[in-house]
Ligand binder design. Structure first.
Ligand code: DQA
Length: 145
């Protein structure tokens, strides 16, 4: 089974971007960590990042056709994008929403997500570990090792 891990705007800057908020790992390092962890569950990971809203919509639609689950960190689009929300609503593939930071401990505008009520679940505040927890959640949801 395949999990698509989709990362939104500015997450390509991880490692140097506000490390006190987002940690020191780079996105490729996080991708490697998740792929290795997913192998323990016999899950394949397709790990991607884009700064473009429409590309996230395209990838969500693509995952709706092929993938068994989506781990989505839509970054700032989480708080703004009806298009991303509608894309999730249009597919049957389950979505787990992940944020590195605890968005509820931050600015008010980060407290609302257009994604959350369309998601199977939400993980935030645990840094890169959140992606690993989401893989574990899919492993049990999809009943693999
Ligand atoms: C984020 C939280 C968002 O509010 C922010 O815009 C991001 C990253 C996170 O992973 O903590 O870019 O999604």
């Amino acid at each position: 089974k395949t999990i698509m891990v989709l990362n939104g705007p500015n997450l390509n800057l991880l490692g140097s971007r506000e490390p006190e908020t987002y940690g020191n790992l780079t996105l490729p390092e996080i991708g490697k960590m998740i792929k290795e962890h997913a192998q323990n569950h016999d899950l394949n990971v397709d790990f991607r990042q884009t700064n473009h809203e429409g590309t996230l919509v395209d990838w969500i639609q693509e995952a709706g056709d092929g993938a068994d689950g989506i781990i989505l960190n839509a970054a700032a689009y989480t708080h703004t994008s009806v298009a991303i929300r509608d894309a999730i609503a249009a597919i049957n593939t389950p979505v787990i929403e992940v944020h590195l930071s605890n968005v509820f401990a931050r600015e008010e505008f980060r407290h609302h997500s257009f994604v959350s009520d369309q998601a199977a679940g939400v993980i935030c505040g645990f840094g890169a570990t959140g992606y690993v927890l989401a893989i574990d959640a899919f492993a049990s949801m999809l009943r693999v090792n």
